[in-house]
Write a protein that binds this ligand. Structure first.
Ligand code: ACM
Ligand code: ZN
Length: 524
């Protein structure tokens, strides 16, 4: 068996192909010593749904009755430095996946399923005999943060589609799902203390029509008149968090403050500098009206929301956005000016960091940690806050890393999946590396990892979501997991041909090579 024929994505750290094959059939047993049977059940489900094989699980590693076995086990291996790593051995009479954590065993299964010959997937013949090539694989991730962000504010996506995305992330060994839940165009999370957020903020009357002439400077572009609405109840979110956790994915909620808050201001205009009135935005871009940092009730409101968010989301890290905040209203607002004077902030430039630090301290007091887009940066920013890089000066990033700041990298011209393929090609997405060349090795661990982002202004449905995301997210998953010296775009393209057969089986509308440059596919 040649190395090439194994075709695994992301490319493992070490693969040693061996002679022979293991035969998987209806008599194969899964043996496990995992405390929870959930992972073994997941493997059983994979084999059932992809091959029609209904395999028995035994919670006992000592069983000797069968030499046709798949062993899932936890080992106490001090040398196994990486808690997400695993070893996968396929020999002629058994398959063994071992790791020091359940996460590792789960990732071993994701690799093992890719060893199933694709001409057999989708079969429902229970007498099937499937040959899995013998191999020894040792594997662990390059980065601890391997993320995907989905904006559900600009367009809403149902729970079932989110689960499909989580399934695909798991297959790619991605582990952070960043849920962009709020923005000017929609508020998508139930908050019991503030019911108007969903009653008013989760619905807009329509969306700006792209590609049409403006109807006047003041009036702007025409609106399509098609309402966009939807939100997740707290119960829905708990269900998604559980679903993600079973796939070793943490959901990081983002509640964007103090800008991108028009859906909040439509419901609670007293939180602005001017008092409104406002409506949920039907257009995109940066809006002038944001939270008033001078008013104490803004802090009370923000903390109350975050209190409920923390009750829903167990994630240590809470993303509070902080991007694209104009200061124009703050300049004229007496409350904001009084805050600047009383706190000795100098001018409006320091109002945002004042807000961010108060929120960061609040999160820290609850055992959590703030993350925000690079606009939150300021010399006075709380040390513990994680910077989410998207468009800052790279020199600033280098400086930050050298001073010890943790950073997650989402360069907007490399891993923003909303851009057309003509701007961010598959190769461009594949080749971008989150560690800047200029950064000294001793600071590399400050870069926690890579996150791809899908903003959905122009993504109205599941079909388009999948088209924009795949295959570029597949390429980015390899950057997140595989050693840099193992990356090779030609090899990736070849492996992708096989991977696409998995996407076909899972009914994913990925972009085909011949579609990348089609103009009509780049927009709606
Ligand atoms: C962003 O793209 N506004 C973070
Ligand atoms: Zn104000």
């Amino acid at each position: 068996m040649s190395l090439k024929e194994l075709n695994i994505i992301p490319e493992p750290v070490n693969i040693s192909p061996k002679e022979g094959t293991f035969t998987l059939n209806k008599n194969t047993l899964i043996l496990t010593d995992l405390k929870s049977k959930v992972i073994a059940e997941q493997l059983k489900q994979i084999l059932l749904s992809t091959l029609g094989l209904n395999i028995v699980i035994k919670e006992d590693l000592q069983t000797k009755e069968n030499n046709n076995i798949i062993i899932l086990k936890i080992i106490n291996n001090e040398k196994q430095l990486n808690h997400e790593g695993y070893a996968l051995i396929v020999s002629q009479d058994h398959i063994e996946i071992s790791a020091s954590t359940p996460n590792g065993v789960f990732y071993g299964i994701q690799t093992m399923r890719q060893l199933i010959p694709t001409d057999k997937i989708g079969s429902k013949n229970i007498d099937l005999e499937i040959s899995i090539p013998c191999v020894v694989i040792e594997d662990y991730p390059r980065f601890q943060w391997r993320g995907f962000m989905l904006d559900v504010a600009r367009h809403f996506f149902a729970k079932e589609e989110i689960k499909k995305v989580l399934d695909l992330m798991a297959l790619l060994k991605l582990n952070k799902f960043h849920f962009h839940l709020t923005d000017d165009q929609g508020w998508r999370v139930e908050i019991k203390k503030y019911p108007l957020l969903t009653k008013i903020g989760s619905r807009r009357e329509g969306t700006i029509k792209f590609g049409q002439k403006a109807i006047g400077k003041k009036k702007g572009f025409p609106i399509d008149g098609v309402p966009v609405f939807g939100y997740y109840t707290q119960q829905d979110l708990k269900e998604l968090i559980q679903y993600a956790a079973e796939r070793f994915i943490t959901i990081i909620p983002e509640i964007d403050f103090p800008g991108h808050t028009m859906a909040i201001l439509a419901a609670y205009p007293e939180l602005s500098c001017t008092g409104g009135p406002f409506k949920v935005s039907t257009r995109f871009g940066i809006l002038k009206d944001v939270f008033c940092i001078g008013k104490e009730k803004v802090f009370e409101f923000t903390q109350n929301i975050l209190t409920e968010v923390m009750e829903i989301f167990p994630s240590e890290i809470i993303h509070m956005g902080g991007d694209e905040v104009p200061r124009i209203r703050w300049k004229k607002c007496t409350d904001c000016q009084a805050r600047i004077k009383n706190e000795g902030l100098g001018d409006t430039r320091n109002l945002q960091v004042y807000f961010t630090n108060r929120i960061a301290n609040y999160l820290v007091s609850k055992g959590r940690r703030l993350m925000g887009w690079n606009e939150i940066l300021n010399d006075k920013l709380n040390e513990n806050a994680i910077c989410h890089y998207w468009n800052a000066d790279l020199k600033q990033v280098l400086e930050l890393a050298r001073r010890g700041r943790n950073i997650v990298m989402s360069e907007m011209l490399a891993v923003y999946l909303n851009h057309p393929y003509v701007l961010i090609s598959l190769e461009c997405a594949y080749n971008w590396d989150p560690i800047p060349n200029e950064l000294e090795v001793k600071y590399h661990d400050k870069i926690l990892g890579i996150e791809a982002c899908l903003w959905t202004e122009m993504v109205k449905n599941d079909y388009k979501l999948e088209w924009q995301t795949f295959p570029r997210l597949i390429a980015i998953s390899e950057t997140g997991w595989s050693p840099k010296n193992k990356k090779n775009f030609k090899s990736f393209q070849k492996r992708l041909e096989k991977f696409n057969q998995w996407l076909d089986l899972l009914e994913v509308n990925y972009a085909k090579k011949e579609e990348y440059l089609l103009y009509e596919n780049q927009f709606y």
